[in-house]
Design a protein around this ligand. Structure first.
Ligand SMILES: NC(=O)c1ccc[n+]([C@@H]2O[C@H](COP(=O)([O-])OP(=O)(O)OC[C@H]3O[C@@H](n4cnc5c(N)ncnc54)[C@H](OP(=O)(O)O)[C@@H]3O)[C@@H](O)[C@H]2O)c1
Length: 235
C-alpha cells in the first residue's frame, strides 16, 4: 500500500477522517475533501501536526462536478494516479414526509447519490489506469427503511443499487468496487455529539480498518457489499 494514492470525499470529520487516518498510517498519500475550510484545516493539523506527510485537504463540494474534477486534477498533479477512492461524503435530514422541504430532499439526493456519481466520473480515468479500488459509504438505511428517513432511505437504497451496477461495469477493467453499509457509527452525523453513551456503536476507526482490510484482500476476491453493525445494540 505504501505510496499508493487515496482520495476520500467528506474526510474532514467522522468516518471519512478515520478512513484517511488509517490510510495515512499505512503509508498512502491521502487527499480528502469537504465543504468547510476550517474543518479541513483542523483535520490537516490532527493527521499531520508536523506538516511532513503527503496529505492534501481540498475544499470541494461533491454536488459540484467542476469543483470535484478540479480537486481530482490537483491530486493527480501532486501525488500521481489515484489508486483508491472512498466516496464517503453524506448528509441526512430526518423528518416526516409532510415536513420535508424540497431543499432537504434535494440536498440529500444531490450529496448522497449524485455526489457519488460525480466522484466516480471524476476519478474513473485514474482508476482505469491504476486498476484501483472504488468504495462507497452507504448505510444499513440502504436495505432497512425507517420512519422520518424517506430522503435518506431513497439516497442510500439508490446508492447500494448504483454501486453494485458500477461494480459489474468496472470489474472487467480490473477495478474493484465495494459498498460498505454501516449501522450506527459514533460521529457528529445528524447533530450527534459523540460521548460515552455512544460506546456501543461502531467507532469510525473500525471502518478505517475495514477499508484497509478490503485493500489487503487477495486480488482474485471482491467483497462487493458489506453490512456492518454494532455487535451489541445499545437501544
Ligand atoms: N454516522 C452513522 O451512524 C452512519 C451510519 C451509516 C452510514 N453513514 C454514512 O457515512 C458517511 C459519513 O458519515 P459520518 O457519520 O462520518 O458524518 P459526519 O461526521 O457528518 O461527516 C460527514 C463528512 O462529509 C462532508 N460533507 C458533507 N456534505 C458534503 C459535500 N456536499 N461535499 C463534500 N463533503 C461533504 C462533511 O464535511 P463538510 O460539512 O465540511 O462538507 C464531513 O467531512 C455518510 O455518507 C453517512 O451517510 C453514517
Amino acid at each position: 500500500m505504501k505510496n499508493k494514492v487515496a482520495f476520500v470525499t467528506g474526510g474532514s470529520q467522522g468516518i471519512g477522517a478515520a478512513v484517511a487516518k488509517s490510510l495515512v498510517d499505512k503509508g498512502l498519500k491521502v487527499a480528502i475533501t469537504g465543504r468547510d475550510q476550517a474543518k479541513l484545516d483542523a483535520i490537516q493539523k490532527t493527521l499531520d501536526p508536523q506538516l511532513q506527510l503527503p496529505i492534501l485537504c481540498i475544499r470541494a463540494d461533491v454536488r459540484n462536478y467542476q469543483e470535484l474534477a478540479a480537486a481530482v486534477a490537483l491530486v493527480h498533479e501532486k501525488f500521481g494516479t489515484i489508486d483508491t477512492v472512498v466516496a464517503n461524503a453524506g448528509v441526512g435530514h430526518f423528518v416526516a414526509i409532510d415536513e420535508m422541504s424540497h431543499e432537504q430532499w434535494n440536498e440529500t439526493i444531490d450529496t448522497n447519490l449524485t455526489g457519488v456519481f460525480n466522484t466516480i466520473k471524476a476519478c474513473l480515468a485514474d482508476l482505469k489506469e491504476s486498476r484501483g479500488y472504488f468504495i462507497t459509504m452507504a448505510s444499513l438505511a440502504g436495505t432497512n427503511f425507517f420512519e422520518k428517513a424517506s430522503a435518506y432511505n431513497a439516497s442510500k437504497f439508490g446508492l447500494v443499487g448504483f454501486t453494485q451496477a458500477v461494480m459489474l461495469d468496472l470489474r472487467k477493467y480490473g477495478i474493484k468496487v465495494t459498498t460498505i453499509m454501516p449501522g450506527s457509527v459514533s460521529t457528529h452525523f445528524n447533530n450527534n455529539i459523540p460521548s460515552d453513551q455512544d460506546a456501543w456503536k461502531i467507532q469510525p476507526e473500525d471502518l478505517g480498518q475495514m477499508v484497509v482490510d478490503l485493500l489487503s484482500m487477495p486480488e482474485r476476491t471482491l467483497p462487493s457489499k458489506i453490512e456492518v453493525r454494532p455487535s451489541f445494540p445499545g437501544k
